[in-house]
Design a binder for this molecule. Structure first.
Ligand SMILES: *Cc1c(COP(=O)(O)O)cnc(C)c1O
Length: 398
């Protein structure tokens, strides 16, 4: 039985080289990094080395990194931490319509609770945020802009550096340190440049589970001078910003994964882009299909296609039976049958949003896998369409 894993945007397998680096920290080097004895110091050394190495990769300082439990916590720490620190009467936040729920759910919750005023920028049909729209939305009360680096569903890469420059200009002309700029880089961390100086970001989120590192570990970059409050209180680890005993193997693994990804990304991106484009072209030969996201400003491993007249969940199950693992919408949203907020945000109607499938390639993807997928998917779609009572018009895709 074949098993072709094309859901690397949901999570990636742990790289064996990363596992090797982590292994001693589960058993031999088990101390608490806060302990003063040799066992504690050995663990602390592992955490310190990881912090230093990641900081170098991001062109940041070691004291600007806060390790935590993953992308969700990092996003929450950035946003809640900043909103709660700020004592202004009116706090305005700007985000986009296609953010991960870790950002969007929190911000809409804060808006409903009356803690912030929120502007949600729409995106164009490719999923791009317009820098001029961002500039127009800026207000003297804007304390934070949170826009993701690359989208987890449609793979669109946002012009983060351009936005960063626009925000710097605004701060300068208005003589204020605000708004701060946060980006969720969970999907970008394994394949794009993470230089925080070039990106002009003040807060950056990434995690291990999308970059062939361990799950349950992430970090928040907090630029020196940016004041945020903790959201978890306790023993004062991570300079008081994230209490709780450090996930030492996880932190060591996160650093190892990031080192490997950043060193190998150029070569791997070229390889994946070729496979991605072949899969896209092949799938678009099936009638009544449309590529979602941008053709080129796109993650090298992401293919997201709407198949009209097809129920996405049914397609995932049929493909699963053939040993092909993909997803509909995002894994985080699955379990619910609501159509993806991202697909709706790029202007597709409800019916078309239901039939969108995401194939995300990875290190294990080989050319033969793409051939197999291109052999199987047309048959599955023909079968599902034959069974489908709906028959939508192509005008939905115009
Ligand atoms: C996966 C993901 C998250 C959540 O990360 P966890 O480590 O699962 O909490 C947040 N943002 C984006 C863009 C993601 O892809």
């Amino acid at each position: 039985m074949k098993s072709i894993y094309l859901d690397n945007a949901a999570t990636t397998p742990l790289d064996s080289r990363v596992l090797e680096k982590m292994q001693p920290y589960f058993s031999d080097v088990f101390g608490n990094p806060s302990s003063f004895h040799a066992a504690g110091l050995a663990a602390k050394k592992g955490v310190d080395a990881a912090r230093k190495s990641i900081a170098a990769l991001m062109n940041a300082h070691a004291d600007e990194l806060v390790f935590c439990s993953g992308g969700t916590e990092s996003d929450n720490l950035a946003i809640l931490g900043l909103v709660r620190t700020n004592k202004a009467k009116v706090k305005h936040v700007i985000t986009s319509a296609i953010e991960h729920p870790a950002v969007l759910e929190l911000l809409t919750h804060l808006q409903k609770a009356g803690e912030i005023e929120l502007t949600i920028l729409s995106v164009d049909k490719f999923g791009l945020v317009d820098v001029r729209e961002l500039e127009k939305a800026l207000r003297p009360e804007t304390i934070l802009v949170s826009i993701m680096y690359a989208n987890n569903e449609i793979g669109t890469i946002e012009p983060i550096a351009d936005m960063g420059r626009a925000l710097l200009k605004w701060r300068k002309t208005h003589n204020t340190p605000f708004p701060y700029f946060h980006t969720d880089a969970c999907q970008a961390a394994g394949v794009l440049d993470l230089d925080v100086e070039k990106l002009h970001v003040d807060l950056l989120t990434l995690n291990g589970s999308k970059i062939y590192g361990p799950k349950g570990v992430g970090l928040l970059f907090v630029r020196r001078g940016v004041e945020i409050e903790p959201i978890i209180y306790g023993g004062g680890q991570e300079r008081g910003l994230r209490s709780g005993t450090e996930n030492v193997p996880g932190i060591v693994g996160l650093a190892a994964a990031l080192e490997i990804a950043q060193a190998e990304k150029e070569k791997e991106n070229v390889r994946l882009t070729k496979l991605r484009d072949k899969l896209t072209a092949g799938l678009l030969k099936i009638k009544k299909t449309k590529l979602n996201g941008h053709a080129t400003e796109r993650l090298p491993n992401n293919v997201n296609i709407s198949f009209l007249d097809v129920e996405g969940e049914a397609a995932v199950l049929y493909l699963d039976a053939q040993g092909i693992y993909c997803s509909t919408g995002s894994a985080c949203a699955s379990g619910s049958l609501d159509p993806s907020h991202v697909i709706l945000a790029i202007g597709l109607p409800y019916e078309a949003a239901h039939g969108s499938l995401r194939f995300t390639l990875g290190h294990s993807t080989k050319p033969a896998d793409i051939d197999y997928v291109l052999k199987v998917v047309p048959d599955v779609m023909a079968k599902l369409r034959h069974m489908s009572p709906v028959n939508l018009d192509m005008k939905y895709f115009k």
